[in-house]
Design a protein around this ligand. Structure first.
Ligand code: GLV
Length: 328
């Protein structure tokens, strides 16, 4: 590696356009899929790099940051950044960036799709067909609840929560939400959404409960056995936020015991592991964390992360890098 250029580590293969852009500014090393999922590999390699473009599956903890003696910036290829110790980075004067906005619509589409796939049993029905069991149209086969007239309760009415709400409203659903505070009145009016200060009260009213909040110490296991017991028996849980927002063992038990009707999950507590009791649970649609996986969005995520890296390396002032994150 030449000393005249910045050294940039991209932990996984990402869209070529993003890599070409970064190569204009530095020596780019690209890891192999999964290579940096373990902290030891990051600690071993990070001392060589000025910038890190990492994935949500890379644990960028205090040890990694301290080992990064030349490190100036960490840009996450994701909007959620619970995998990075932002406080430690701040103490070490390492800037942290994420990728807000660019994945909102892809995630809104996906949440709607996951809800439909879950309530209408897409995967179980497809498996039935592929297994050669489709012997003709059945009046009582694969019945599920309709969405029209049902209530969607959103936990975390940020950009993605709103994008899901807009779509669900078009499907005839009523929107209620719980958030740290209520959203702007105009937005509430547009979505015809009602605010619940009290999560437990909202959960009891929601036919579908959707998690769209970040993972923080406050939201860890927000959906636990107690909350699951408050949900209506016919309720559906949708989680495209972060796995640990749900106590997976409690959810698996609730599905097996029919405490709730169904769950659609794109995220898991210990990715890539999935709780074995979930794998065997009825009415549980599970996908491998793909909510933002469109060609357009993954390129936009990469470009936004890469631009923050370039801006920091070029000494741009913080006010001009809108996607830097910090702890207050
Ligand atoms: C995906 O999960 C993201 O946070 O961008």
């Amino acid at each position: 590696m030449s000393d005249s250029k910045h050294n940039i580590l991209v932990t996984e293969p990402i869209p070529e356009e993003v890599l070409s852009y970064l190569k204009g500014f530095g020596n780019v090393t690209v890891g192999e899929a999964g290579e940096y999922q373990h902290v030891d590999q990051l600690i071993a390699d990070i001392p060589k790099f000025d910038a890190l473009l990492c994935m949500l599956s890379n644990p960028v903890n205090e040890q990694v940051l301290k080992a990064g003696s030349k490190l100036k910036v960490v840009a996450n290829f994701a909007v959620g950044y619970n995998n990075i110790d932002v406080e430690a980075a701040q103490k070490l004067s390492i800037k942290v960036a994420n990728t807000p906005d660019v994945l909102t619509e892809a995630c809104g589409d996906f949440a709607m799709g996951l809800l439909l796939a879950t309530t209408r049993h897409f995967y179980a029905a497809e498996k039935y067909l592929r297994d050669g069991k489709f012997n003709g149209w059945e009046p009582m086969g694969f019945l599920g609840p309709e969405l029209r007239g049902r209530t969607l309760g959103i936990v975390g009415m940020g950009r993605i929560g709103q994008a899901f709400a807009r779509r669900a409203k078009a499907f005839g659903m009523e929107i209620i939400y719980h958030n740290r505070s209520s959203i702007e009145p105009e937005l509430e009016k547009e979505l015809e959404a009602s605010y619940f200060d009290d999560l437990e009260a909202m959960v009891q009213k929601a036919d579908v409960l959707s998690l769209n909040c970040p993972l923080t110490p406050q939201t860890h296991h927000l959906v636990d056995e107690r909350l699951l017991n408050l949900m209506p028996k016919h309720a559906v849980l949708i989680n495209i936020s972060r796995g640990p927002v749900v106590d997976e063992a409690a959810l698996a038990k609730a599905l097996h015991n029919r405490t709730i009707y169904a769950a659609g999950l794109d995220v898991f507590e210990e990715e890539p592991k999935v709780h074995p009791e979930l794998l065997s649970a009825p009415n549980c649609t599970m996908l491998p964390h793909i909510a933002s996986a469109t060609f357009e969005t993954r390129e936009a995520i990469g470009m936004l992360a890469a631009k923050a890296i370039v801006q920091v390396l070029q000494g741009e002032s913080e006010q001009n890098i809108p996607n830097l994150v910090s702890v207050s």
